[in-house]
Write a protein that binds this ligand. Sequence first.
Ligand code: C2O
Ligand code: CU
Ligand code: CU
Length: 480
Amino acid sequence: MRNRSNRLPGRRTFLTGAVALGATTLLPRGLFADTGWPILRAAPSTAQLAPAGYPATSVWAYATEGAGRVPGPEIRVTAGDRVRRQLANDLPQATAVHWHGIRIDNAMDGAAPLTQAAVAPGASFDYGFIAPDPGTYWYHSHNRGQEQVARGLAGPLIVEDREPWLGLPGAATRELTLVLDDWLLDADAAIVEDRWDDLHAASHDGRMGNTVTVNGAAYPDLPVRPGERLRLRIVNTAIDRIMLLGLPNLSARLIALDGHPVSPRDVETLLLAPAQRADVVIDVPSQDDGTHGLLLDPGNGAWVEVATFRSDGAPVAPGEGEVRPLHAWGTLAPPDTSDPQRERLLMEGGAMRGIAEATYRGERMGFRKLASNGMVWAFNGMAHGMKTPMFRAPLGRTVHLEMVNRSIFPHAIHLHGHHFTVLSRNGAPDPHRDVRDTVLIGGDETLEIAFVADNPGQWMIHCHMLSHQASGMMAWFEVA
Ligand code: C2O
Ligand code: CU
Ligand code: CU
């Protein structure tokens, strides 16, 4: 049964949403830049996020042609191929595109202001890079993300394997990308716009929305065939919401995390922090013309059906036996942890605990002064530590990073340009040694990760709860 508890409070008259954003001049743009590269345009648009009967919502969105959509258009390449897009900024704010999880050339990382200046309204920027690793990735704004991603600037980036997996014995026959997002909408389905830098939310678990969408729609139906074995590529693009998902009665097996193959394992539920991805294989029962839910726990234990797999049509040959693992990922040497460079990341701040003092913009400050500067979190005693690197690693060195969360809130720590192995949680070796680009660390937990610093440049490390990132949980490291 469908729990409607996170539905919008009520419906009302039509909104006049587009008016507020009308300040931008929309330059006529073609589909291709002068260089011949496809355009990725960022611009105000509208989307029917809330269920039928509610007005459309004014969003900021990416487009390759026509109007912008949320999520942004799926970019799909084969591993080893070059992605080329010219970002055309038709927003009223400067922006930059980050290609999350791609072990990318530093200059193309889009991590404003570290790797490039944000692109001014009306200006453009050429992104061209190789996508080396197959998997499920995504792209999103990396300037004022707590506002720009919340307004809709995110889309899937799928890197297909050079050798196809779909259709092989034991593999799925079809795949679906499911982009999950969380929106804070008012009763007219308009995005709540006056609380982008709300310190109360930032010092707790961030800006929680009230409408979860799947591929830009509330409670969509996803047609499936009886017997079908499907690969789901699930992406959490919410700015702050950790999503606990359930896929009951579909024999769900996890096959990849953050793009990386794992040996297939049964999963009744999946915990996806902001920016994390999970690839899951499901088997639709073959004697079936019913429905199955993609469920989400909004935090109160009441599962909400956020999308419905509707089984319809003639049955297809059912998935055969054990799920076939994805092709092993060959490009990353597992870190040799015998003599690593040891680094530590201490997280402090937030409600209940706070921080006594921290350095912000070179100045030592107490809690009140930090808060008056919008800072409520610190990494190693630095709020928004962007002046100097947190650490430097020589190219090729293995880094062992101990991450200590002294706050009571969970954080989703993300490293740019690298993938890391999760070694342990609270001293217990991680049974799976998953390779990830974003890891969830619970309140008062300690996590150890290791990675080979094999990508030269200046790389951000931050909490991917974008409200936490904006209020202090941001730093960088240098590989040279
Ligand atoms: Cu997905 Cu620094 O970001
Ligand atoms: Cu990233
Ligand atoms: Cu955080």
